[in-house]
Design a protein around this ligand. Sequence first.
Ligand code: PEP
Ligand code: MN
Length: 408
Amino acid sequence: MSVMQERTLPRSVAGPAAWEGLPAEQQPHWRYHAEYLRTREALAAAPSLVTVAELDTLRRNLATVAAGRALLLQAGDCAESLAECMSDHTAAKLAVLNGLADRLAAGAEAPVVRIGRIGGQFAKPRSQPVEWHDGRELPVFRGHLVNSDVPTRAAREHDPSRMLLGYQASARVLRMLREDRLRRTAGTAVATAGIGSGPWASHEALVIDYEGSAIRTGPGGGSFLGSTHLPWIGERTRQPNSAHVRLLSAMDNPVGCKLGPSTQVTDLLRLCELLDPDRVPGRLVLIARMGVAHIAETLPPLVTAVRRAGHPAVWLSDPMHGNTVRTGDGVKTRHLSDLVDEVLACRAILERSGVHPAGLHLEVAADDVTECVGGKVSGEEMVQRRYTTLCDPRLNPEQAHELVEAWT
Ligand code: PEP
Ligand code: MN
């Protein structure tokens, strides 16, 4: 028997065929695991974590952003931990997100739509399949939806039953987001006060088995992803013919897409046509993560092409992912000064192209971590003091406030 042969899925979990069988990078290897089918069946029968009414509200709010009358802040962990989804953790993360959004709103004198990288940000694309620990080669950590961060061979096995843990943790976190949203709108008439909407949830829609199990049908017959409000496609899976692009193009949620420095105009136009064929304001969020060294050259033709093609996209600057460097000790870090330079360059390019600079996409911790250099973390030698991220280096709240301040 060939182990390479793709297993035929029962109809209950197979999903619509539009993306099944299309190329999907970065997927777990677990289809022969004893828990695989049972987990997918349980997920397929579980309630949606978001409502169609919420998606409609978010899309209207994002349309206001696209029209230049509001800003957007998307921020949170690089990789959420399943061990940090209790109410105290979530409250601390929401306090940081809301604090940054309020700062942005005050500085820019505009309402700010706030979206967390939260309530489902459990799967990570990786550039290498393996990593080294104490001289031993191990399968790389791929996010708590797939395996454990503990550096042993057993803990790094891909385990599909983790998808249920991810769903349950997301459900807890999204309940708290809903409560926070209601609290923020109650009494204070957020809309008239110009403060902006949210907090909404977002994550990278990476694991096709998980996202495919979260598809639900809305009252009007359309399909939506019940796992989050705003799913986004990562830089490594945005090929126009990928399962990721085809899956999200069939969903009614607003969708995001990361764009790195290798993005070609023709690919981007194809991507926009697939994700936003009807040019709907509030449907598409494009997240530029070019790197400070490349943005001046790579971003302008993309912005112009999207504008000319008539897509009313929301353009965000992600200054994190194009500016990762290693310290002398080989630890991943980022320098706040590079991040400031990239967000300012991004803003100037968008303005010159006649496009609204809609805001920022940041990786920020709720705690006073020392993962990035800047502010009180005055040099690379300080980076390892409080370095707790599961994946990429995050700003601490003070550094993130400095970045927001610089941008406004
Ligand atoms: C991320 O947002 O954590 C990420 C992996 O981003 P990108 O797809 O832009 O590399
Ligand atoms: Mn990251």
